[in-house]
Design a protein around this ligand. Sequence first.
Ligand code: PLP
Length: 440
Amino acid sequence: MSALFPEADNSTVAAADRSQVFHSWSAQAALNPLPIAGGSGSRVWDHDGRSYLDFSSQLVNTNIGHQHPAVVAAIQEQAGRLATIAPSQANQARARAAELILERAPEGFAKVFFTNGGADANENAIRMARLTTGRDKVISRYRSYHGNTGAAIVATGDWRRLPNEYARGHVHVFGPYLYRSEFWAETPEQESERALRHLERVIQCEGPDSVAAILLETIPGTAGILMPPPGYLSGVRALCDRYGIVLILDEVMAGFGRAGEWFALDAFDVRPDLITFAKGVNSGYVPLGGVIISEAIAAAFDERVFPGGLTYSGHPLATASAVASITAMADEDIIGNARRIGADHLRPGLEALQQRHEVIGEVRGTGVFWALELVTDRAGRTPVSASTMAALKAALLARGLLPFTADNRLHVVPPCVVTAAEVAEGLEIIDAALDALDAA
Ligand code: PLP
């Protein structure tokens, strides 16, 4: 402990937080945030010595785990050399981060524009699409989250859009989600074909000449880890080509290892025009996001001014941590670990839990990106109540597991470095918590 941060216990930290810190997405009076003092790998601990298996990866961003030594060292080294520099200067850490990101992007991508996080990455991707097409509208999905700034929150499909609807030119469609199909579909193929038909009809009804971009999460994350059915993403690409629309894939949550690939799109037959990223690029050790820009869109701004910018675009501490993080992920085969953990441990383990617990209506996902859809009856697929979810969350925390829950779902999203033994431990805790729920 230091002079700046003297020894503290949970109650002191919680009390200081409650009196002075204003929290996201919350009515402030009801809050009781868990104080976290430290972490390592897939675990965090509080100030009173209690440790938790982090099956949330915080906000699904600590892909490389907590306190990876190489990433911490890179931040310290860069801080010692040059802690900040304006975006208009050239900087070695920034250029190297762009190079490493482009090496992993699909062919045909030329430049990286760095932002502070995912929302402003989407904001700037939308700006690029509007400027290069001369069109205004952005089509995105109801079941999606794209961030909490002007256009990004209106591109978001879920309830968080409604109190923030100030930006214009946004249109929403239903995407494929077979478990709760909007299209009366019974197979993934039907769901894919009908969702594409619906999307094309919306494009036609909105006026194709007014649509600048289709913005999709490659795998919608917070909305439920909705795996795209066969042909959907390539079908969207074909529609974009037919109508001259820019395809933006939001890889903020799904990218950098979460789906067992560098980019989730690598597992699908689709090439977007713009890719947005944040979270896993450096596991959020320092805030960072960005837009990966295709050759054609990058070239459109060779002579024309790009009217966008941020004081901290390509911040050296953030980009140095991305360089270290991507390098460590490659050297330690962390992406491969996420893929194997998903195929060999999480999928079979979660499916076994589904056999034991009637409440699990569906298990879906890939890599370290899984959702359990919790229902009161499997036939009717009725979502469990908010109070059931609160009880489950409390039961998991009481057993030492930090969960990620959304609506009626438990998302099983540990860091990409999670071990088979930690998965077994986590699944045992989930099993016991569901038993406790059944018994209540
Ligand atoms: N896009 C997706 C898919 C996300 O999941 C998120 C955050 O959860 C964002 C964008 C916004 O990122 P940020 O909170 O860094 O602005």
